[in-house]
Each structure stands twice: as C-alpha cells, then as structure tokens.
Ligand binder design. Structure first.
Ligand code: FAD
Length: 379
C-alpha cells in the first residue's frame, strides 16, 4: 500500500483516485479550487463535452458509466449548417446507432468527485494549490501547508504546476504549441415551446473555412455553442468591437442561429476567449529526492479539442496506469516509466488527429464527399 498524492481533482484526477484506491493505496487529492459541488460553473469555460467509447470504457471498469450517462444526450451524427440552404445530417455509423454523448463537464466532474470521496482510502482537500513539489507545499486560505506522500501524480491540467516544478528542477523538457485560434462559448436558448430549438440528437457544426462554430445539447434544452476563430487580424475575435458589429457578423455568417441566441451580444462581450494548444513534454515521470512523480491527463499531454478526445484520453490514461501497476506489482517507480512507454505513441497520434480534425470540421465537412455521408467521425 502506497501513500499517493494526486494533484488536481478535475476529470482525470478524480477518476484516478478511484482506480488507485481500488488497488488498496491511500490517496489524498489536492485541488486548488473550492469544492465545485457547492458552487457554480465558471462563465464561458467548456460547459459540456463529448464523452465517447474511450472514456466510457474507463468509467465502466469502476461501475460509473450508467451513473454519469443519466443526464447525457446521445449525438448520433453531425448536423451541418450551411450559410444558406438545407441542413445536412451525417450519421456517425452506418447503422445510425453509434453515438457520442454530450455531457455537462460540471456534472461529470461532480459525479467523479462523489465517487472518489465515497471510496475508502480517498481524501479530497479543496483550496489546496500546489506551490512546491519537493517538499510538497500547498497554498490554502489559512496559509501554507506542508504535506508528505510516497508518490505524487500531477493531474493538474494543461498548465500543470507539477510539470512546472519538474521543469524548474531540470527533470523534464516541455513545449506548448499554441494555435492562433481561440474559442468563445455562446448559448442557444430553448425554442418558444420550451423544447430544444434544434435537433438534440446531433453535434451541430457551422463550417466556415477560417472559422467554425459547433453546438452540443444540454439537458436544460439549451445548446452550448463554441465559436473557434483566429485571435487576431481583420476577421477575428478582436474585429467585433460593438454590439452592432457582433449582430451584423452573426447575421451574415451564422444567419440561422441569430434568432435562437437572445443573449448573443452579452455572451459575446462577457465570455472570455480561451486559448487552444498542444502540450508536448517529457519524460512524464521522474524520481525526485522525495520519491517518484508522474504526470497524467492534460498535465502530460493537453491536446486541441477538435476530436473531442482530451478528457476521454485522460480517462484512458487511468486504465493504462492501472494495468501497468498490475504488471509492476504496484511499484510506482517501475510502473510510471512503463506507463509512459505504453501511452506516448497513442497520445501523440491523437494529438495529431485532433489538429487534423480542425481542418476537417471547419472546411471539409461541407464538401460533396461528406455530403454523401461517406465519412465516419469519432469511431
Ligand atoms: P483539468 O480538467 O484541467 O483538471 C485539472 C485540475 O487541476 C483542475 O481541477 C484544476 O483546478 C486543478 N489544478 C490546477 N493547478 C493546480 C494546482 N497548482 N494545485 C492543485 N490543483 C490544481 N475532451 C473530451 O474528451 N471531449 C470533448 O468534447 C472536449 N471538449 C473540449 C472543448 C474545449 C473548448 C476544451 C478547451 C477542451 C475540451 N476537451 C474535451 C478537453 C478536456 O476538457 C480536457 O482534456 C480535460 O478537462 C482534462 O482533464 P484533466 O483532469 O487532465 O485536467
């Protein structure tokens, strides 16, 4: 039995805690935020996401899939919205039955936190922001707290503090390839009858070449839209400086959504533009004087969101780490390098596919070959 500190109680860290505790390890999860189960969501930050088979497989192994799918909405294909003309539904599988699932990020995180907190051997400490790795130090509302652990796993996301500490100790290299595109979230309201204003069984896409918007359904009958657009230049987020300019742009480029977005101007002006990038770093593990340290999920390999696979990959990481711990007899010093050896090629492949899918989604889905429904996405 090993005393493990997991840094970050996001999607990957919460699930990892469940997997490690099931193996008999004692796990303390340190999370910089307050408990999200007692507060609201952050404005404009990836409100929902697509959960696919890769992630569901991990959840099933802990008996969590049914619980998290209760409020999920299956999307059996993509609905292409041209500037003018008919909508085009392209199903994801030939039999039309396979689906990816639109799920609230907050509800998913809360369900995983509930599962972690209910697992014997797991303790979750909120408002603990890692500031030092060796020794382990956390900033809390009541001051600095020191902690000990035999193993530390950084599940603290794309801007990982654990990764930053390892970098500072000269134990890894990193590069972050930022895209010159950002993203902004907007909301489609329910229709006048209170029901969905568009088909909730599809992932909606407005491919516009240099820009793209997508929309995923929510259980409250709204859709969360994500607009991807360059960060600078004459056609970019920065180019819409007034309410009139925002309304004019959307009426020209996304005409069918304007009547469905009563809060368009406020959403556009108040919601932040998020960054998009790919994190490359290595090695994903090191041995510090305090013991083995590993990285998992976005902390090791954040990718751009166009393949809808970042969280799904983090979940799959947990399965692979669980498997190599089996092989290594729960010796983390042996398992963490094995995890990296098993996982790196797959993750680099999905990172490249995610970038390639941006071109496909913003451009090629509107081409004739896709209109014949010959391509399958997210298989
Ligand atoms: P995070 O979710 O970033 O969690 C990290 C946690 O660590 C957070 O709770 C954070 O507060 C905490 N933390 C950070 N620093 C510290 C610190 N110093 N000390 C303690 N705690 C700390 N993925 C999909 O699979 N499907 C999708 O459809 C999808 N859509 C996306 C859409 C957008 C617009 C974006 C941006 C991403 C999308 N993703 C999607 C990717 C997905 O959001 C990430 O891959 C996923 O959230 C990674 O989970 P994580 O737990 O590794 O990291």
């Amino acid at each position: 039995m090993t005393d493990v500190a997991v840094v970050g109680a996001g999607l990957t860290g919460s699930l990892l805690a469940c997997f490690l505790a099931r193996r008999g390890h004692t796990v303390t999860v340190y999370e910089r935020r307050p408990d999200p189960r007692t507060g609201g969501a952050e404005r404009g930050r990836s409100i929902n996401l697509a959960l696919s088979e890769r992630g569901l497989d991990a959840l099933r192994r802990l008996g969590l899939a049914d619980r998290v799918l209760v409020d999920a909405l299956p999307m059996r294909g993509r609905m292409i919205h041209p500037v003018a003309g008919d909508l085009d539904f392209q199903q994801y599988s030939l039999d039309g039955q396979r689906a990816i699932n639109s799920i609230s990020r907050g509800a998913l995180n809360n369900a995983l936190l509930d599962a972690a907190a209910a697992t014997a051997g797991v303790k979750v400490l909120f408002e603990h922001r890692l500031t030092g790795l060796d020794p382990l130090v956390f900033a809390t509302p009541s001051g600095e707290v020191k902690a000990t652990a035999e193993v530390v796993i950084g599940a603290d996301g794309a801007g990982s503090a654990v990764r930053g500490q390892l970098l500072g100790m000269g134990l890894l290299d990193e590069s972050v390839d930022f895209l010159d595109y950002g993203y902004k979230e907007l909301t489609i309201a329910p229709g006048p009858d209170g029901d969905f204003a568009m088909d909730p069984g599809a992932l909606h896409i407005w491919p516009r070449g240099t820009s793209m918007m997508i929309a995923l359904p929510n259980p409250d009958k709204t859709f969360t839209c994500t607009l991807f657009w360059p960060n600078g230049g004459t056609s970019s987020f920065a180019s819409l400086g007034s309410p009139a300019a925002i309304e004019r742009h959307f009426a020209t480029v996304y005409p069918d959504v304007v009547p469905l977005m009563p809060d368009l101007v406020d959403d556009y002006r108040l919601n932040p533009v998020g960054l998009l990038g790919t994190v490359h770093c290595g090695p994903w593990q090191a041995v510090t004087p305090g013991g083995p340290v590993g990285l998992i999920g976005d902390a090791a390999h954040a990718i751009v969101p166009f393949y809808g696979q970042g969280a799904n990959c983090g979940f799959e990481d947990c399965v692979v780490l669980d498997r190599v711990l089996d092989e290594a007899g729960d010796d983390f010093a042996e398992a963490l390098p094995l995890f990296e050896a098993r996982r790196r090629d797959d993750v680099e492949a999905i990172a490249a596919m995610a970038l390639a899918n941006f071109v496909e989604m913003r451009d090629k889905v509107a081409s004739p070959v896709f209109q014949l429904g010959k391509r399958i996405e997210h298989a």
